[in-house]
Design a protein around this ligand. Sequence first.
Ligand code: PA5
Length: 441
Amino acid sequence: MLKLDLSKAAQFLPEGYLAQRQAGLEKAASMLASHDGPGGDFTGWVFLPRDYDREEFARIQAAAKRIQQQSQVLVVIGIGGSYLGARAVVELLASPNYNLKKKDTPDILFAGNGLSTDALLETIALIGERDFSVNVISKSGTTTEPAVAFRIFKAMLEKKYGKEGAKERIYATTDRARGALKGLADAEGYEEFVVPDDVGGRYSVLTAVGLLPIAAAGIDIEALMAGAAQAMEQLGKGGLDNPAWQYAAARHALYESGRSVELLACYEPPFRFFAEWWKQLYGESEGKENKGLFPASVEFTADLHSMGQYIQQGQRLMFETVVKFAPKGEFLIPDDPANVDGLNFLSGKPLSFVAEQAMRGTILAHVDGGVPNVLLELPQISEKSVGWLIYFFEYVCGLSGYLLEVNPFDQPGVEAYKKNMFALLGKPGYEEMKAELEARL
Ligand code: PA5
């Protein structure tokens, strides 16, 4: 499925870097497979494409159908790992313009991923008088942003459809046993889906967290899982010829030789949110104990006309990972007998040929500018290739975290802002902290 090309990083990589990491990679792969490394309790995603709960999967498909029949809009409430995966896949497979398209599936609006009043008001206005359903997603069930948004949309649903009617339109994805959302869902009788105990937020896109909104958008989630299962089979075999091992070793070697930023680039605009998902995956997994590559992203060719300058000549901080998909169709550039724009040297050539040369030229220019380049080439964007790529990035992230000797499955740093916010908002139990923080403001 994937062709990994490290030839344009080779000159920046120390000799023997892969063999030197063989033992580390073997250990990392074994810890992922046996769930006994740091954070091993959160490695349920490793075999998820094989072991996922078939009964729940069928309920997800049925709920998606029901949502499609009952509503013109699905409001998906969640933040971080309970948001980015669904949006990434919907945008990559169904387009960032999905809501503008004529279709027989509902618009998907995302809420609870921030605290912007303007964004909330806009979402409400976009729903307008249309029928809507809500999928509220929170593993902990206590995260402030989605909890506040859910309170608002629940009240809107109850006003519009009554308490019983609202109940039929609310789908709760949360912990199997704990948390405020679980308690509320049980008490009100919402249809519930589970975030497995052993899968953390940023690894949860292939659970109900991502799958329900993705299926509601009409995307084939069986094919998505099949792509991930194929990656699981192939990458789990390990070995120095394994692309996941090679990529993890290269990014670790580049990090150790002084690179501090990994810039993920793609030439397909619908990839933008996939890159946001990728940034959370790597940022939260590796960025701890004062270590880790800073994950950043660009959209080419558009960003060649903005960030391109920095990449070419700014501080030599980064290496670049380019994701290249094969095009789905072909568009030939028309001839113009007058050739006023001087472009007739391109007449009759496919646009994809121009894009390919832009990519090749950019890679060479960036390498000349001192930016190592890793190229990931994939077939067309499809459920299968996207499922494969999700698993690939997750697996490389697990290997990379262990090579870096951090726990890739916790996120202790995310708690700091939450505690401060609770204190400043006056949440009971945070009184002392509130006084201390206010004195510092
Ligand atoms: O990856 C993570 O664990 C976080 O990004 C969480 O997904 C995010 O904070 C939302 O948490 P929850 O699903 O508990 O509301």
